[in-house]
Design a protein. Structure first.
Ligand SMILES: *[C@@H]1O[C@H](CO)[C@@H](O)[C@H](O)[C@H]1NC(C)=O
Ligand SMILES: *[C@@H]1O[C@H](CO)[C@@H](O)[C@H](O)[C@H]1NC(C)=O
Ligand SMILES: *[C@@H]1O[C@H](CO)[C@@H](O)[C@H](O)[C@H]1NC(C)=O
Ligand SMILES: *[C@@H]1O[C@H](CO)[C@@H](O)[C@H](O)[C@H]1NC(C)=O
Length: 408
């Protein structure tokens, strides 16, 4: 799935909203606006790292330890390092996660410490932060390599990102006269937004969250992700996320796999001559593409979280593009998962299928406690188009203006 960080057009759109704050929109100054918190998408947050004495460079690459004891440096995204073929493997090694069986949790590779840059602001994910940053516009970057774990299983980093978001919501609201916040997430970051909402007490949530706006996101994962898992070995070796199975070591991609609840047993999502895989067979699929370690983590940690997706119980709007060919089935006929598959498409935004988008209706509308929910389908708008096409941005401004003046 293509998941760039282009929040700049969206920010421009938010500034437009602020400038439109007139009596017609229920506010005379920008301070009449509800504070907005943006949660950037997958790979959009900036991460710094520090190497301790414990760090062991990959075999044959002693230069990867050059930053040892030299303090914090930019790990993601460090454009200089990622364009240097000698350094790229170092960054892949330092970015990967390991699963610590004793702690029953993911953590950084030994000797690597990381931190998210510029939490609370949009500086960590845009080059040109909006002028309202820190007043009524806030950013919640997070460590996108981690994901939620089911109750009873530790997920230390994700949980601390959730707690930090909670404190940011409180701060943003109190800085704006106690007004509840509008939470905007895009693509993968909807995972953090929803899990965050689930984990707050209902009364806190309903007092402090004015609206939950989910952009380019369906319920519980997409078929297009299977392609990444299948072909990672064959992925571009110049991409740090593919090099040495880097992104396969993360917790997050496993939470984006298609949900059995939405896709059911038929038709199959992956077809080969000898064997087909439905959404119920993804553990087997991961093992068959050579990733039995990830298969176990998927089965035990990611799948239960996917199956537990439910209504957030705060006013929610989902905005997604439709009308574009979107993968729903991959055929690796001769069973060679390293090759590019033949793809069967159906309706969607190019990445997110209409099926998972419409599933929001079942998940959210079936809950009598949900309250306001709206699904906005934008014809011919791509995954990223939702935050960059003029047509889509105009819709977002309308939605935000309405949300801002809504009384409940
Ligand atoms: C990027 O990586 C290079 C090579 O490791 C390092 O020298 C540089 O300081 C890093 N950039 C930042 C901004 O930390
Ligand atoms: C990536 O994972 C595959 C399957 O487990 C393994 O065969 C391969 O050696 C790994 N690649 C690297 C560079 O570690
Ligand atoms: C796999 O699925 C395809 C398409 O639904 C079907 O035609 C084929 O018979 C199935 N093959 C196996 C091995 O079950
Ligand atoms: C979507 O784009 C296609 C191809 O450009 C065009 O034929 C079609 O009319 C468009 N549909 C809508 C609803 O805009």
């Amino acid at each position: 799935m293509k998941m760039p960080c282009l929040v700049i057009p969206l920010l421009a759109c938010l500034c437009l909203l602020a400038s439109r704050s007139s009596p017609a929109y229920g506010a005379t100054t920008s301070s009449g606006l509800h504070p907005i918190i943006l949660v950037p998408s997958y790979t959009c947050s900036t991460l710094d790292a520090r190497l301790t004495d414990e760090y062991r460079p990959p075999p044959g690459m002693p230069w990867c330890g050059a930053m040892k004891g030299k303090g914090w440096f930019r790990l993601w995204k460090n454009y200089t390092a990622l364009q240097d073929p000698r350094l790229m493997p170092c960054y892949a090694d330092q970015l990967r996660l390991v699963f610590d069986h004793a702690a029953d949790d993911y953590r950084n590779a030994p000797g690597v410490e990381t931190r998210v840059v510029a939490f609370g602001t949009t500086r960590g994910f845009v080059d040109d932060p909006a002028t309202k940053d820190g007043e009524n516009l806030f950013g919640a970057p997070f460590d996108f390599r981690y994901a939620a774990a089911p109750p009873g299983q530790p997920s230390k980093v994700f949980d601390s990102d959730v707690s930090r978001l909670r404190r940011l919501v409180e701060h943003a609201s109190s800085k704006n006269g106690g007004k509840p916040v509008i939470l905007i997430s895009f693509s993968f970051s909807g995972h953090l937004a929803l899990q965050f909402l689930y984990r707050t007490p209902l009364r806190w949530r309903q007092r402090l969250v004015k609206h939950n706006l989910l952009l380019s996101r369906g319920v519980g994962g997409e078929v297009v992700l299977l392609k990444i898992f299948a072909a990672e070995d064959a992925g571009p070796s110049s991409n740090v996320l593919f090099y040495a199975n880097t992104s396969r070591s993360f917790a997050s991609p496993l939470t984006m796999l298609p949900s059995p609840k939405v896709f059911g047993r038929a038709p199959p999502l992956v077809v080969t001559r000898d064997k087909n895989y439905s959404a119920f067979d993804l553990t087997e699929f991961l093992a068959d593409v050579g990733f039995s370690d990830a298969a176990a983590r998927y089965q035990r940690r990611a799948l239960p979280v996917t199956l537990a997706i439910r209504a957030p119980l705060v006013p929610t709007t989902c905005v997604v593009g439709v009308g574009l060919p979107t993968p729903v089935q991959l055929t690796f006929w001769d069973g060679d998962f390293g090759k590019m598959p033949q793809v069967v498409n159906a309706d969607g935004n190019g990445d997110v299928t209409l099926k998972t988008v419409l599933a929001w209706r079942t998940v959210i509308e079936n809950d009598p406690d949900q309250g306001y929910f709206k699904l906005v389908l934008l014809p011919n708008v791509t995954h990223n188009g939702v935050i960059s096409d003029d047509f889509a941005l105009k819709q977002l401004v309308e939605i935000l203006a309405a949300v801002n003046q809504a009384t409940s």
